[in-house]
Design a protein around this ligand. Structure first.
Ligand SMILES: Nc1nc2c(ncn2[C@@H]2O[C@H](COP(=O)(O)OP(=O)(O)OP(=O)(O)O)[C@@H](O)[C@H]2O)c(=O)[nH]1
Ligand SMILES: [Mg+2]
Length: 177
């Protein structure tokens, strides 16, 4: 059976843990060091839904790149938007709204609907150091019409759920279900 193909983009300020989330999902590893993603990294994640196979291409856009130039084409044709901040770093949270504004101008809008997306509060293993509360996160998610999820690339908490959600929501958008 032919797989359905979808594209998700994962964006946010530098060092929030975008690449770590992808790595945790793909290889079940975690690295303490930070190597800035240059331009963007692509990965493909396959899912078996009862209705058939789904392949989600994940475009992990380097944080520097995201804010340096929105002229690039990484965003085009995306079905799902994953916006990540670091719950221990207020600056990364503040950058979500302007980034969302810039992206909604840029990303495909189907049938006058914005694409679905998630607001990801990463580094929840450091919850005792968090400066953004769950309430603040949920409020912003509601405002931007994103689904709120707390994750940790370090422990793996909610990481499979986050990518499964992206695939499920992408299907929903296409099939109008
Ligand atoms: N404690 C903790 N640290 C994390 C977590 N996720 C990532 N990190 C750390 O945060 C740093 C940045 O992680 P990256 O995944 O490289 O961040 P990024 O968002 O891809 O950064 P850019 O590619 O520069 O945009 C690294 O030192 C990681 O070890 C997490 O869930 N918990
Ligand atoms: Mg990266």
């Amino acid at each position: 059976m032919v797989a359905e193909l979808y594209k998700a983009i994962i964006v946010g300020a530098p060092s929030v843990g975008k690449s770590s989330l992808v790595r945790r999902y793909q290889t079940n590893e975690f690295r303490e060091d930070h190597t800035a993603t240059v331009a963007a990294d692509l990965s493909a994640i396959a899912f078996d839904f009862p209705e058939g196979k789904v392949v989600l291409t994940v475009v992990d856009v380097g944080g520097q790149e995201t804010f340096a130039g929105l002229r690039n084409r990484f965003y085009e044709g995306a079905h799902h938007l994953i916006m990540v901040y670091d719950m221990t770093n207020k600056e990364t949270f503040k950058r979500i709204t302007p980034l969302h504004e810039a992206l909604t101008d840029k990303i495909c809008i189907q049938r006058d609907k914005f694409l679905g997306g998630s607001l990801v509060a990463n580094k929840c293993d450091l919850k005792n150091e968090a400066v953004i509360t769950e309430q603040e996160g949920r409020l912003l998610a509601d405002l931007l019409q994103l689904d709120y999820i707390e994750t940790s690339a370090r422990t793996g908490h909610n990481v499979p759920e986050m990518f499964l959600h992206a695939a499920t929501e992408s299907r929903r958008l296409r099939h109008n279900i």
